[in-house]
Design a protein around this ligand. Structure first.
Ligand code: 5GP
Ligand code: ZN
Length: 299
């Protein structure tokens, strides 16, 4: 497949037609045109859902305590956003908002903004008891927030994430990830997207984080499907395939049917990035997208 090199102006006109900027970098309103692609992608992904998958849709916030217990403060404190509110009676709140530095009066709540769609699934599954012998698969989604330091096209502070999550024996999780690595590449092909699978690591925090990232790479725990958005030379991670080994099962005491420690893994689709990649590849006029692609997306 040949994709013409994209000059900066093209990228600007594509994003202008799809996203309306807000005063805050990396935060946009999505236009109807963009949403049509997102809706098409969401149902395309749903059609690939495996049998006996449990569907859960999460709000954009989650329990702060659960995220703390998941180890997020150790691994990615630089990306975290919390929910804070004004507290007290009417007089206290009125007095607080009169201050020029009223934000200093905000107090933390028991909520944080979800940094990935799968975090709430592990404690929920653990509360239901041991994992059945055939394993568990969930289909989850939420709007996510990450306090990103740069806001180039495709790096949003808030974005829509869809995931399939597997909990079971180490073999079940490896099988799940292998199936999805294969399937996701087939899906990218059906969408007419140029793609490349690459080993990857998460953006762990600080010096210890660099070691964690190296070890993640060495153990092949993360792969990404890279698709051109900003350039062909530096394609963007639009999907990821993650093996957490026993990380979440240690935190949440997730065990298999015979009492062994479970493993977990997830495959994540960045819906906004996928939609941008579709427009970047096929153009802004949906009627000119290849017939097979339109059929796959029901557009
Ligand atoms: P991961 O948890 O692997 O970092 O992210 C899962 C998926 O979410 C990525 O493959 C990507 O598609 C999407 N994603 C991650 N960070 C961003 C971001 O800053 N902006 C957008 N739009 N999507 C992101
Ligand atoms: Zn996940």
């Amino acid at each position: 497949m040949l994709i013409a090199p994209l000059v900066e102006d093209d990228l600007d006109s594509i994003t202008q037609a799809l996203l309306v900027p807000s005063p805050v970098g990396g935060v946009y309103a999505r236009t109807g045109l963009f949403e049509r692609a997102i809706e098409g992608l969401s149902s395309f992904i749903s059609r690939h859902r495996e049998p006996e998958t449990q569907v859960l849709r999460f709000p954009p916030v989650m329990s702060r305590v659960e995220l703390e217990r998941s180890g997020y403060l150790h691994s990615f404190p630089h990306l975290l956003g919390g929910v804070s509110c004004l507290k007290g009676d009417e007089a206290a709140i009125r007095a607080a908002v009169k201050q020029p530095d009223w934000v200093d009066e905000l107090a933390p709540t028991e909520l944080v903004l979800s940094p990935a769609a799968c975090y709430p699934v592990y404690p929920m599954a653990a509360a239901a008891g041991p994992i059945p012998a055939k394993g568990l698969i969930f289909d989850v989604a939420s709007d996510c927030f990450r306090h990103e330091s740069t806001h180039e096209v495709g790096r949003f502070q808030t974005f829509q994430m869809r995931e399939f999550v597997c909990l079971g024996t180490p073999e079940q999780v490896i099988d799940f990830r292998t199936r999805w690595i294969f399937l996701a590449q087939r899906m990218a092909k059906l969408l007419g997207l140029k793609h490349e699978l690459a080993p990857a690591s998460d953006p762990f925090f600080g010096r210890a984080g660099r070691l964690a990232a190296m070890s993640q790479l060495e153990q092949s725990l993360k792969f990404e499907l890279l698709i051109p958005i900003r350039s062909e030379e530096e394609p963007t991670a639009c999907m990821s395939f993650n093996c957490h080994r026993d990380h979440f099962s240690t935190v949440w005491h997730l065990v298999t049917a015979n009492g062994d420690q479970a493993h977990t893994g997830c495959v994540a689709f960045g819906l906004d990035r996928l939609a941008l990649a579709m427009f970047r590849t096929h153009g802004l006029d949906l009627t000119k997208w290849p017939a097979i692609v339109r059929e796959n997306l029901s557009i």
